[in-house]
Design a protein around this ligand. Structure first.
Ligand SMILES: Nc1ncnc2c1ncn2[C@@H]1O[C@H](COP(=O)(O)OP(=O)(O)OP(=O)(O)O)[C@@H](O)[C@H]1O
Ligand SMILES: [Mg+2]
Length: 259
């Protein structure tokens, strides 16, 4: 059975694309078949984060009827991840084209374990089509009040569309109580479990510059570990941190700069 998860937020820039890409990458690393779909058809970012320079087909080709089946727009990234990119060019899509998004997603149901949809921010038409194509909603927010209030709106919006909110991912968490809400408070306010708390981590930014998901480029970074724990949680695994264990001699050599 294919699980279709929309990654959405009320407020923009809180880390949806970063979360979608790294969750998809971690699920892929755990042996799950995943198709990551860029549902942000106006301001597409997935191909930029992943360094997909030019793709033969995009979701826009499907929405415009140039290709018939979304399966034909699946690009296999060199890291093995399956991606349906959206075009980064400016497109004037009519609402009849935008409406095809949900039908397009149906084309790939049954051929993969997970479909992860990176949604646009807010409650506009593009977001509506991207969210309603999914069965489950993962809400991204940062730990600040404006984003959390907007997260509540997207949770209600999804419920009205018949999509089940499964949890919240708190991103860019620094643990600064002067202006951040705690995960516990966020959980109480949104009445949804916080499934992951991703710390603010400069490796995330470095990874975007490297065009390689942080779970692959900096696998032991704090953010990567939390992305992997989230993926593990979604598939019912208990993720154990596996770091290379160095022998006492190696550690001593390193300490005295002999190795
Ligand atoms: N955990 C993190 N630590 C540090 N920087 C982060 C983290 N998560 C995301 N960022 C940075 O925040 C910026 C916005 O992230 P991203 O593009 O994923 O947000 P978004 O919600 O998809 O934005 P939009 O609403 O525009 O689609 C990026 O520059 C990214 O590097
Ligand atoms: Mg985005």
């Amino acid at each position: 059975m294919t699980r279709i998860i929309a990654v959405a937020s009320g407020k923009g820039g809180v880390g949806k694309t970063t979360l979608s890409i790294n969750l998809a990458s971690a699920l892929h690393e755990f042996g799950r078949d995943v198709i990551l779909v860029d549902g942000n058809i106006t301001t597409a970012n997935v191909s930029i984060h992943l360094g997909i320079p030019k793709t033969p087909t995009t979701i826009h080709d499907v929405l415009k009827g140039k290709i018939k089946n979304l399966k034909e727009a699946v690009y296999i990234h060199p890291l093995g991840l399956k991606v349906v990119p959206a075009s980064i060019a400016v497109h004037e899509l009519k609402s009849k084209h935008k409406k095809r998004f949900t039908d397009a997603i149906i084309d790939i149901v049954g051929v993969t374990d997970f479909i992860i949809i990176d949604c646009p921010a807010g409650l506009g038409l593009d977001a509506k089509h991207a969210i309603e194509s999914a069965d489950e909603l993962l809400v991204a927010t940062n730990p600040e009040l404006p984003a959390i209030i907007d997260a509540l709106k997207v949770i209600r919006f999804a419920k009205e569309l018949g999509v089940k909110p499964i949890g919240v991912v708190v991103n860019e968490y620094r643990g600064d109580t002067s202006h951040e809400l705690s995960p516990k408070n966020i959980e109480e306010f949104l009445e949804l479990p916080v499934l992951a708390v991703i710390p603010w981590d400069e490796n995330v930014r470095k990874a975007i510059a490297l065009k390689k998901p942080v779970v692959f480029s900096f696998p032991d970074s704090l953010a990567s570990i939390e992305f992997k724990k989230l993926a593990a949680r979604l598939i019912g695994y208990r993720y154990k941190i596996r770091r290379e264990r160095k022998s006492m001699i190696e550690r001593l050599k390193k300490f005295f700069r002999m190795g």
